[in-house]
Design a protein around this ligand. Structure first.
Ligand code: SF4
Length: 213
């Protein structure tokens, strides 16, 4: 059981980050735990919607794909058996969905969000296209600034994802980013949401739990 004082402190960090995100034009809300955050997102989306998503472990950890399907929403995401053409069609459809769910690899104290991607489909969807982009993040994603965020992306999130995806990249062996030239490299494009763009609506859901990578 986590120390209550630590939880209170982390909640304060999340609230400060939510304020910084709002100053940058993003919608932001804080929850004490994952079930409360999941209920909020389910209510926000409702039913009968098209919902795009990538491979976010935070989104999966909250059980959102299954619960959204139960509420008669269509989940748009690629699967390993799809051909390159099917993947491309799926990614374009996800980008034009009513909602897109994802999780940043880091959120700075100034309310900037950063993502690293191997393919770029999530990168394009969080920037432009969906009716609303819903970004979920546990307290473990908070960082001081962009430098720390870049470090976290490469040396925490990317390595954990390499292990999850069973990629034969050097960071899996050394435990640190080697800026590899591997054909299986999963870090090819970095997206930074600095301030809200005019055409895209955002809701950032911050959760006082360690979630995802
Ligand atoms: S070693 Fe390569 S795959 Fe691993 S984190 Fe660094 S750039 Fe990404």
């Amino acid at each position: 059981m986590e120390d209550a004082n630590k939880r209170t402190f982390k909640l304060k960090l999340l609230e400060n980050t939510a304020e910084a995100l709002k100053k940058n034009g993003f919608g932001a809300i804080v929850f004490q735990d994952a079930p409360a955050a999941a209920s909020y997102v389910l209510k926000l989306i409702g039913s009968g919607k098209k919902v795009g998503m990538g491979g976010s472990m935070t989104v999966q950890g909250l059980g959102l794909p299954e619960d959204l399907k139960k509420a008669d929403n269509e989940i748009i995401t690629h699967t390993p058996e799809m051909s390159p053409q099917e993947r491309r069609q799926t990614w374009l459809k996800a980008q034009a969905a009513d909602f897109y769910l994802a999780s940043p690899q880091a959120i700075t104290a100034r309310g900037e969000m950063i993502f690293v991607d191997g393919l770029g489909n999530r990168a394009s969807s969080v920037v432009f296209g969906p009716g609303k982009v819903v970004l979920l993040a546990g307290v473990n994603k908070l960082v001081k600034d962009l430098d720390e965020g870049m470090w976290r992306m490469r040396n925490v999130a990317a390595i954990a994802n390499n292990i999850r995806l069973k990629r034969n990249n050097p960071c899996v062996k050394t435990g640190k980013c080697e800026d590899c030239s591997s054909p299986e490299r999963i870090c090819n494009t970095v997206t930074m949401l600095w301030k809200k763009t005019r055409p895209t609506e955002y809701e950032v859901v911050l959760i006082n739990e360690e979630l995802g990578y």
